[in-house]
Every structure is written in structure tokens, then in C-alpha cells.
Write a protein that binds this ligand. Structure first.
Ligand code: SF4
Length: 336
């Protein structure tokens, strides 16, 4: 654990750096300051997803569902449609369920205390701490992957979740807790990088045991988990057209992956042998890289549930991200 006298300097240095260097991001816009709903949406979207990917989704989502009530009252299919392409669809379902729960139980307002926030479906310690500190100024820690890495390097050793929480709580600045939490996250995202921390330009370098230990010992320096290697999957899809319509099929509600989303009918490698390849593309999703081939077919290799859709109708469906990408490449859908 850090020695207590270091803490004030860490806070001051970190916040000074943050004030002069933080990125301009839509969820940090002045008009959204104190907007717990918008911060909640951004925090859910940012889980396991890069900032650059999240930005357009966040902007479209807020334009379509400007407040918690509008999200709660929207059909799940519309929420999934807005989420289409962002991946980890469970997050969209939980956000929607949480909004409905809050509308029914808390008059549509995100709770203002930690215990109540933890009762919202899909909200865990991190999300509760992030939203309450950023929206309402509560002095709560918010330990995500970036913060975990920064704190462990500051401490010079691996820390248990409880110790990390305690350390973050001891550092969080009561006067600006939301900015302080964001500053730690920002430092992890821009300077204290997993593989190559930029210690020479870090505002905390004088207080960091990882940096002070550089060149002396590596034993006390917690290493980041190895970046997982994406596994490649090969997929074949049938492209069945009927004049201006296209055949799409809906994944079953029981599917473990992207339930109830719409996609092109999947066919096996054997079934597609008789057809040419109209399009081939790669698509990354969670831990997988999909090598997808699209084959023009005249009929389905086997009967299956589905329906014909015109372009405007398909655009309004909750499509898988891969299907939306394919239909845009084929110019069946307009670029988004
Ligand atoms: S000095 Fe280096 S290791 Fe320490 S917090 Fe800064 S970037 Fe990370």
C-alpha cells in the first residue's frame, strides 16, 4: 500500500495532468454533466470496447433514447437495433432491463446512493462507483481494468480486489471524485499502457514504485495479463434474393450468442461448395475473428425460420454487426 503522505501529491499531479490533457469525449460534454443516465449508458458501452468505437454509438443512442424513460419504454428489439455492431449484446439487454426497473421502482431516476444503485439490474460495484462519482459527486472509487493496472504499478505489486478498492477509496478526491476517477482511467488509457508505460511523461512517475524500480528488479512489478489472441472462425452465409427483398433469419431466443438478432442464413462449408463467393470479409467480435464468405444461393439448403425484407425493413431490424456490415458492402443497406 502507498504511504499516506504520498496521496495528496498523487491527486494534485494527476488532476493537473487530467485538466490539461484529457480527451474531449461526448459523454464529458458540459451539457451532460450531472446526467447519470448518459454516464451510465457510456459506462456500459465502454465495457470491453474501445473509445473510438463507442463514440458514434453513444451519440446515436442518446439521440434515439435521450432519457431513461424513453429507453425503458422502447421495445427491446429497437434497443438491440441501436446496439447492433457494438457487440456484447447482453449489455444492451441489461441496460434496458435496468431502465425499466428504475422507471417502475424509482420514478425513472438513477439512485443517489451506492446500496440503492447496486440493486439496479446489471449495475455492479464499478458502474455504481463511476456513475455516482461522475454524476452526483459522491466520493466513491471506480476500479476498472485501466485503474487496476495504474494502482498496482503505483503500489509496485499485485493487489487483491479488496486492496485495490481500499487503495482507490483512500485516493479518491472528495472535492472532485468524478474527475479523479476519470483521471485515473485516462492515465491508464493514454500513458500507463499495458505493454509499454510512458513513464517519462507520466505525472505520477515520482510516486510510482514500478517506475522507481525500473532496471533494479522486475519481481515487484505487476505485469498486465497477456492480450488474448483472437480465435479465427470460418462462416458461410447464403444470399437469397427475391427482386428487391432479401431473406433473413432470426437467431433463437435460447442462443448463447446474440439471441434474437437477425442475420443472413448460415450454411455449411459443404452446402456452399456448389456456389461462388460474392463477398468475403473479416469481422472481429469479442474474442473471435470471423472469416465470413457470402454465397449467392437460389434456395435455402434446408428449410428454416425467416422472412423476406426490403432494405428499409431490414435496416429497422436488430441485425448482427456482421450482417449489417455485409448488407452495407452489398449496398443493400445504406452506409451508416
Ligand atoms: S510512472 Fe509509469 S508505471 Fe508508474 S503510473 Fe506512470 S506510466 Fe504507469
Amino acid at each position: 500500500m502507498l504511504s499516506p503522505p504520498l496521496s495528496p501529491r498523487i491527486r494534485t499531479n494527476l488532476l493537473r495532468w487530467y485538466d490539461g490533457n484529457h480527451r474531449v469525449l461526448p459523454w464529458r460534454a458540459p451539457e451532460l454533466r450531472g446526467n447519470a443516465y448518459a454516464i451510465w449508458v457510456s459506462e456500459i458501452m465502454l465495457q470491453q470496447t474501445r473509445v473510438a468505437v463507442v463514440i458514434p454509438y453513444f451519440q446515436r443512442f442518446l439521440a434515439r433514447f435521450p432519457d431513461l424513460a424513453s429507453l425503458a419504454r422502447a421495445p427491446l428489439s429497437e434497443v438491440l437495433r441501436q446496439w447492433s455492431g457494438l457487440g456484447y449484446y447482453r449489455r444492451a439487454r441489461q441496460l434496458h432491463a435496468g431502465a425499466q426497473w428504475l422507471l417502475a421502482q424509482a420514478e425513472g431516476e438513477f439512485p443517489r446512493d451506492f446500496a440503492a444503485a447496486m440493486r439496479v439490474p446489471g449495475v455492479g460495484r464499478y458502474t455504481a462507483g463511476a456513475v455516482l462519482s461522475m454524476a452526483y459527486g459522491l466520493p466513491l472509487p471506480a476500479v476498472d481494468g485501466n485503474v487496476r493496472r495504474v494502482l498496482q504499478r503505483l503500489a509496485g505489486r499485485a493487489l487483491s480486489p479488496a486492496s485495490l478498492e481500499k487503495m482507490a477509496q483512500s485516493l479518491v478526491l472528495p472535492r472532485r471524485p468524478g474527475d479523479f476517477n476519470q483521471a485515473l482511467m485516462e492515465l491508464g488509457a493514454l500513458i500507463c499502457l499495458p505493454a509499454r508505460p510512458q513513464c517519462s511523461v507520466c505525472p505520477l512517475r515520482r510516486h510510482c514504485r514500478y517506475q522507481l524500480g525500473c532496471g533494479k528488479t522486475s519481481a515487484a512489478m505487476p505485469r498486465s495479463a497477456a492480450v488474448p489472441v483472437l480465435k479465427t472462425l470460418h462462416a458461410h452465409y447464403g444470399l437469397l434474393r427475391n427482386r428487391r427483398r432479401i431473406w433473413l433469419t432470426q437467431r433463437p431466443a435460447s442462443a448463447g450468442w446474440m439471441p434474437e438478432l437477425w442475420e443472413l442464413p448460415e450454411i455449411t462449408a459443404d452446402q456452399c461448395a456448389a456456389f461462388g463467393v460474392r463477398l468475403r470479409l473479416r469481422h472481429a467480435i469479442t474474442r473471435f475473428r470471423i472469416d465470413a464468405r457470402v454465397h449467392p444461393i437460389r434456395q435455402l439448403p434446408q428449410p428454416g425460420p425467416g422472412a423476406w425484407f426490403l432494405p428499409a425493413e431490414a435496416a429497422a431490424l436488430p441485425l448482427t454487426g456482421l450482417t449489417r456490415k455485409i448488407l452495407r458492402r452489398l449496398q443493400f443497406l445504406k452506409p451508416g
